[in-house]
Design a protein around this ligand. Structure first.
Ligand code: SAH
Length: 516
C-alpha cells in the first residue's frame, strides 16, 4: 500500500439524489473526506459517512470560492493525511463534463496518488430530459453539442485571440461561425450571464433568429423551472423571467417536443425545502412521503446513538465469557446488533462464542442485520413488536436463560414479560451536540422545520443557532411540541392527529392553501 489514500472523482448527477450512481453512493458512504461543490444537493451530502471530514470548496458565488489550483493541492494533501483512506471528490453532474475533473486527475497522477473516476449523469442531457426535451430526435436533430458559455482564458490568450471589447468582457472564444452552421441541438452550460451575447453572435453568423430555445433552471430538483424563448428573444427573456444559475440553455427543434413531453408534474410540495428533525431510521418514512410530494427534505436527526463503552454498561470484556450462561440472545434493534458485535469483536471474541445459542429478533429489519453477521434467527414474532417477542419467548416450554441486548431507552415491555431475563445495555441514545457546517447552511434557508417532540424542538434550537434561520415556520405533532416551538418563536401548524400520516396531510394542505 502506498502512503496515500485513494481519491475518487465522483459525479453526483444534476441534483435529484436518485440520479447519483450506486458506485458513487457506495464510496461516499465510507469516505474519510468528502470534498464537494456548490451544486451537490444536501440530500446527497446526507448519504456521506457522518464521521467524514466535509470540505466545501464551492461556496455561493458571492462568497470566497476555493481556487481550482488549491482544490487540486487539497486532494493530494488529504490523500497524504489519510493513508489507505478514501477521499471522495464530489462534483455536480459528470466530473469530466466542464467539471475540471481532468485537471484534478492530472495533479493526482503527478503526485503519484491512486484515483478512480466515477462518472455521473451530466446535467447537459438529464436536465433537458426532466423538461421533456430529448437532446436528439429522429428527423429533428441527429447530433447534439455541449458547449461552455463561460470560459476562463488566461490573460495572454485573451489578449491575442479576442479582438473586441465585447468579447473580452464575456471572456469567450467560441467558434460562432461553425456553431451557427451546426444543424444539431446546441446545449450551453454556464451560459446564462453571456447568453445575450452568444445569441447575437449566432444570429450574426446566420443562425435562424426563430430557433426555439429553452432555459432550464435548477433541473431535476424540486425547484426546476423551464422558460422558453427564441434565439432573438433570448436576452430579454432571461431578464424578464429572471433566469438564474444553475441553468442550461438548449437550442434547436427538439425544444418544441417539450410541449408534449414535459412529464414532470408540479407537485403539492414542489419548491419547498423541509427540515425533518427525527432520527434517520424513523425519518425515512416521513422523508419518503414528503419527497414523493415534491419537497426537498433535509434530514437533521436530533439524537444519535453511541456504543456504550463496556465498562460503563457494566460489561467488561470478561463478561463476554458469561455469554456461556445464556441460551437465547434477543435483539430488538439494528443498533443493538451493530453495537453488540462491535464490542464483542473489540474484546477479542468472535461469533464462535454464540455457537449453540438460539437467537431472537423483534422483526424483519433486525433479522436482516443479524444475517449480515452470518446469523439466522430462531425466533421472530409475527407481529414484529416487543410484546410479540416477549410472549413468544415466554411461551417456550423449557425455561431458557435469556439475554436482552438493547439500548438505554428501551422500555420494560420485554423485561416485564420475561422477568428472569438479563438485560445488557449495548448502546445509548444522546442528543446531537452539533450540526455539521453544511447542514447548518442548508437548514438556515429551509422553508420550514418538522418537529415530532419537545426534545427535538429544544435541541434543534440549540444546534441550529436559531438566529440564522430564514423561516420560523414549523409543522408539529402534538400540542406539547407545538407549545415548545411557540416558546422559541416559531409559527406553528399542528397535525390533527398524532401520526405522521396526519402531519404529512397537514403540510400538503398548508401549502395548497398558500398557493390559492
Ligand atoms: N459537470 C457538470 C457541469 C458543471 S458546469 C455536469 O456534467 O452537469 C456547471 C453548469 O452546469 C451550470 O452553470 C449549469 O449550466 C449546468 N448545471 C448543472 N446542474 C444543473 C441543474 N441542476 N440545472 C440546470 N443546469 C445545471
Amino acid at each position: 500500500m502506498s502512503g496515500f489514500g485513494k481519491v475518487y472523482l465522483i459525479g453526483a448527477g444534476p441534483g435529484d439524489p436518485g440520479l447519483l450512481t450506486l458506485r458513487g453512493k457506495e464510496i461516499i458512504e465510507k469516505a474519510d473526506v468528502v470534498v464537494y461543490d456548490r451544486l451537490v444537493s444536501p440530500a446527497i451530502l446526507g448519504f456521506c459517512n457522518p464521521k467524514a471530514k466535509m470540505v466545501d470548496v464551492g461556496k455561493m458565488p458571492t462568497h470566497h470560492k476555493v481556487k481550482q489550483s488549491e482544490i487540486n493541492k487539497l486532494l493530494v494533501q488529504f490523500a497524504g493525511e489519510f493513508p489507505g483512506g478514501v477521499i471522495a471528490r464530489l462534483k455536480g453532474g459528470d466530473p469530466f463534463v466542464f467539471g475540471r475533473g481532468g485537471e484534478e486527475a492530472l495533479e493526482l497522477v503527478a503526485a503519484g496518488v491512486e484515483f478512480e473516476v466515477v462518472p455521473g449523469i451530466t446535467s447537459a442531457i438529464s436536465v433537458p430530459a426532466y423538461a421533456g426535451i430529448p437532446v436528439s430526435h429522429r428527423g429533428i436533430a441527429t447530433s447534439f453539442h455541449i458547449i461552455t458559455g463561460h470560459e476562463k482564458l488566461d490573460e495572454r490568450t485573451l489578449a491575442s485571440s479576442l479582438q473586441t471589447r465585447d468579447e473580452r468582457d464575456v471572456n469567450l472564444s467560441l467558434d460562432f461561425e461553425t456553431l451557427a452552421k451546426c444543424p444539431g441541438t446546441l446545449i450551453f452550460l454556464m451560459g446564462i450571464a453571456n447568453m445575450d451575447f452568444i445569441a447575437k453572435r449566432l444570429m450574426e453568423c446566420g443562425k435562424d433568429p426563430k430557433t426555439p430555445l429553452a432555459f432550464i433552471e435548477k433541473g431535476t430538483t424540486p425547484y426546476q423551472r423551464t422558460v422558453t424563448a427564441t434565439l432573438e428573444t433570448a436576452g430579454e427573456t432571461i431578464i424578464r423571467e429572471n433566469v438564474t444559475a444553475p441553468a442550461i440553455t438548449i437550442m434547436g427543434g427538439v425544444v418544441e417536443l417539450g410541449k408534449s413531453l414535459a412529464w414532470k408534474k408540479n407537485l403539492p410540495l414542489s419548491g419547498k425545502r423541509l427540515v425533518v428533525t427525527r432520527a434517520a431510521k424513523q425519518a425515512s418514512g416521513i422523508t419518503a412521503r414528503l419527497t414523493a410530494l415534491g419537497a426537498e427534505v433535509i434530514e437533521t436527526p436530533m439524537i444519535e446513538t453511541r456504543d456504550v463503552i463496556p465498562a460503563k454498561a457494566g460489561i467488561s470484556s470478561a463478561d463476554f465469557n458469561s455469554l456461556a450462561n445464556f441460551d437465547i440472545l434477543a435483539f430488538t434493534s439494528t443498533n443493538g446488533v451493530e453495537s453488540f458485535f462491535k464490542q464483542l469483536f473489540t474484546a477479542g471474541f468472535d461469533v464462535r462464542v454464540l455457537a449453540g445459542k438460539k437467537i431472537a429478533s423483534v422483526g424483519k429489519i433486525t433479522e436482516k442485520k443479524l444475517l449480515e453477521y452470518g446469523i439466522r434467527c430462531d425466533y421472530v414474532p409475527e407481529d414484529h413488536t416487543g410484546e410479540g417477542l416477549g410472549k413468544l419467548l415466554a411461551s417456550l416450554n423449557h425455561t431458557p436463560r435469556i439475554l436482552l441486548l438493547q439500548g438505554n431507552l428501551a422500555d420494560d415491555t420485554l423485561l416485564k414479560l420475561l422477568p428472569k431475563a438479563t438485560r445488557w445495555v449495548v448502546y445509548e441514545t444522546l442528543p446531537v451536540a452539533e450540526l455539521p457546517e453544511w447542514k447548518r447552511e442548508a437548514v438556515a434557508v429551509a422553508d420550514a422545520v418538522v418537529f415530532a417532540s419537545t426534545s427535538a424542538v429544544e435541541n434543534f434550537v440549540q444546534v441550529s443557532r436559531l438566529s440564522s434561520l430564514v423561516s420560523r415556520l414549523s409543522f408539529c405533532i402534538g400540542r406539547m411540541t407545538e407549545s415548545a416551538a411557540r416558546k422559541h418563536g416559531f409559527e406553528t401548524v399542528t397535525s390533527d392527529e398524532t401520526t405522521m400520516d396526519s402531519l404529512v396531510k397537514k403540510i400538503a394542505e398548508y401549502y395548497a392553501g398558500e398557493g390559492a
